[in-house]
Design a protein around this ligand. Structure first.
Ligand code: ZN
Length: 212
């Protein structure tokens, strides 16, 4: 049986509605571990914060790198701080294909079995054996916001995205809940282009009792 699926659009205009979220577009970026950073930038180097991100404590750095694939290079890929235990390169599917790099669809930090690329920095280059991903869409929620919505960490929710031009749904989006998270739906540039996302775009978190 086909069921009609309706969304109450007026919900999205209520700024106080806890189920309404902003939509953050993650451009390609790189997280570095200290050892890899020192190969690329030199021993004892420290990243220079350029601007804070929506997630508390995270920042876009002044530094960028060139990502090299078998078909093309992607220049000026921004590094995000702080440093992590493992280097991770996040590309959209479109640019990974154009560069000749295989980026598996993964949650951030889930790097087992992923493939690599070459990174070029001002002090040298690095053959990254693994760590290239196409980051899966996810919803960040602070612990208090999640509690208000009755959503647990890693729970999958459905999302309705409304933009001025195109609207649509994303299903089974995992929530990331914690004290160091702030409410924001993170999509990549391919999804942003699909929905023609702009600064006014908002999303509605749809709770599905059948999903945990
Ligand atoms: Zn995120």
């Amino acid at each position: 049986m086909i069921r009609k699926f309706t969304i109450d659009e007026t919900c999205l205009d209520d700024a106080n509605n806890p189920a309404v979220t902003t939509v953050g577009v993650s451009n390609h970026h790189i997280h570095l571990c200290r050892a890899d950073m020192e190969v690329l930038f030199g021993k004892g180097y420290e990243l220079t914060p350029k601007k804070p991100l929506t997630q508390p404590g995270q920042f876009a750095a002044e530094e960028t790198l060139t990502v090299v694939g078998t078909k093309a290079m992607i220049e000026k890929v921004r590094i995000l701080g702080p440093l992590r235990n493992e280097t991770q390169v996040e590309l959209s599917e479109t640019e990974a294909r154009m560069a000749g790099i295989e980026a598996l669809l993964r949650d951030s930090g889930d790097l087992e079995g992923t493939l690599g690329c070459i990174l070029m920095g001002p002090n040298g280059h690095l053959v990254l054996e693994h760590g290239v991903i196409c980051a899966a869409t996810h919803l960040h929620l602070h612990t208090d916001e999640a509690a208000r919505l009755g959503i647990k960490d890693h729970q999958r929710v459905d999302i309705y995205i409304r933009s001025d031009n195109k609207s649509g749904c994303l299903f089974d989006v995992p929530a990331r809940v914690g004290e160091l998270h702030a409410k924001d739906l993170h999509i990549d540039t391919d999804e942003a282009n699909t929905f023609k996302i702009n600064a006014n775009s908002r999303a509605l978190i749809l709770l599905n009792e059948n999903k945990q």
